[in-house]
Design a protein around this ligand. Structure first.
Ligand SMILES: Cc1ncc(COP(=O)(O)O)c(C=O)c1O
Length: 487
């Protein structure tokens, strides 16, 4: 016993367990990391929007055994900043228009740093009272922005995928967890919803992809027919998923009509607003997403159009009790954390027990810049998309393939004065995409519009200017011209 005490004293007297740092060094390193980040942000517009490497090269560089003895921490940070993190798509580059980009604000970045430094676990009220209260505050902002009643609530999640998974669990439980469950979504819905449905146990053949119309909106008659056929065959529709901004075209499904239908059929309506949802902070967006407040649940991603670093998803449900009924599970070891309904445990609302305080980044950014700045930044995305649409419509070389919606513009090279068959057009546009990829500073991606190959810009970055959009379109025209002159 005596020996053990002595050993303990020896360990603590030493003051260095091998995993700690002197305060001065901690500050130096934090300073160094911050300097590198600010330098990166300043230099970004001059850089390419994408950098990447094939695996072989990266493996040669990085595939090493963990060192037995540590090395200089400044060197480690330097290596990360020079060799690892920049070898990626720079989603916050003002000319990154691919997929759904993301452009975090600095207070959001600092929020993640501080949350990690304070080692926050926003799992229960006992473990994180301040962070839990903050999450309630931000969730309440979002509740008001979408127009939900006070009975609504929710939680922050890793992203839209986790939000839809949690929503489908709540929907399944609200439906009484029936056998032979079916879910419905448009053929334009994000694959995250197919995955979420599979995870909750909906058989792949019971995930109904409803056809979309020529503007890529879910066909309501086809939905009603599919659900009626299913009921007649003994299946149990548990959820319908509507899009508030598809990732392909930014299309908004007929939300009001889908809400009418789901209400009349008592089917849970989930709205995937991961991309488009934050449009509701603007008057224009509120109008476009009219009826969103009628959904049973809504998923939104603040790491898309609300300028936060990954991960910042959110699920709101109209009746908070539906979420807690689905997720709250008692566990003896957690009995001390039950402080009653007035002190919610966010782990009772979703998948995760241990979870960071994602709401902090939204809160710190909004506190710092104010809502007016956010409203303007979201509006600017829509305005630039409209301007891009005008440019494309006036171009002799470009053709709009769908009206711009939210911040997304789908178009291709298709000259006014030449008739080229579809197959050849596809090849030309693929060539242009490849040349943009390798030769231009901007980064764009493509999609298929009912099978037709389309180039696509998603404009949601608060630092993007009209110059960035126009120069990107001009580069596409230039490559298009060259491709056309070689046929
Ligand atoms: C419309 C839409 N829904 C869902 C998702 C999935 O969200 P996350 O990647 O945050 O899990 C995405 C991702 O881009 C999306 O664009």
């Amino acid at each position: 016993m005596e020996g053990q005490c002595e050993e303990k004293r020896e360990l603590s007297d030493d003051g260095d367990n091998g995993l700690q740092m002197a305060p001065e060094l901690m500050l130096d390193l934090a300073h160094k990391a911050a300097e590198l980040l600010v330098e990166r942000i300043q230099d970004l517009p001059e850089e390419e929007a994408w950098d990447g490497e094939f695996r072989q090269g990266l493996e040669r560089q990085l595939m090493k055994d963990p060192p037995e003895a540590g090395r200089s921490p400044a060197e480690v940070i330097e290596q990360v900043a020079r060799e690892i993190l920049p070898v990626a798509m720079r989603l916050d580059h003002p000319r990154c228009f691919a997929f759904i980009p993301s452009s975090p604000t600095w207070p959001g970045v600092l929020a993640d740093f501080m949350a990690a430094g304070y080692n926050i676990n926003a799992c229960t009220w006992l473990v994180g009272s301040g962070p839990s209260q903050l999450e309630l505050v931000v969730i309440d902002w979002l509740r008001q922005w979408v127009g939900y009643p006070e009975s609504a609530g929710g939680l922050f999640t890793s992203g839209g995928s986790a939000a839809s998974l949690d929503a489908f669990v709540a929907a399944r439980e609200a439906a009484g967890h029936p056998e032979r469950a079916t879910v419905y979504m448009s053929d334009q819905s994000h694959s995250a919803h197919i995955r979420a449905a599979r995870i909750i146990g909906v058989r792949p053949e019971c995930i109904r992809l409803i056809p979309s119309d020529d503007l890529f909106r879910l066909d309501l008659d086809a939905l009603a027919q599919a659900a009626a056929d299913d009921r007649a065959a003994g299946f149990n529709p548990i959820a319908v998923c509507a899009n508030a901004g598809t990732s392909s075209t930014g299309t908004i499904d007929p939300i009001e009509a889908m809400a009418d239908y789901c209400e009349s059929e008592s089917i849970w309506l989930h709205i995937d607003a991961a991309y488009g949802g934050f449009a509701v902070v603007t008057e224009q967006g509120k109008e476009l997403l009219r009826g969103i407040e009628r959904a049973d649940s809504i998923g939104l991603d603040a790491h898309k159009w609300f300028f936060q670093p990954y991960e910042a998803g959110c699920l709101l449900v109209k009746d908070l009790s539906t979420l807690e009924r689905a997720f709250a599970v008692r566990h003896d070891i957690l009995q001390d954390t039950i402080w009653g309904a007035n002190h919610p445990n966010f782990s009772d609302r979703g998948l995760q027990l241990s979870r960071s305080v994602r709401a902090l980044k939204v809160w710190m950014s909004v506190q710092t810049f104010g809502m007016e700045a956010f409203r303007q930044a979201v509006s600017r995305g829509m305005a630039l998309a409209t301007q891009a649409e005008e440019y494309v419509s006036e171009s002799q070389l470009l053709e709009m393939l769908n009206p711009a919606s939210l911040g997304i513009v789908c178009f291709r090279i298709n000259p006014d004065d030449t008739s080229i068959d579809e197959e050849e057009l596809t090849e030309i546009n693929k060539t242009i995409l490849a040349r943009m990829f390798w030769e231009d500073k901007a980064f764009i991606s493509s999609t298929l519009l009912h099978g037709k190959f389309s180039l696509r810009l998603c404009i949601v970055n608060h630092t993007t200017t009209w110059d960035d959009v126009r120069e990107t379109l001009k580069a596409i025209e230039r490559f298009g011209q060259e491709a056309l002159s070689s046929i």
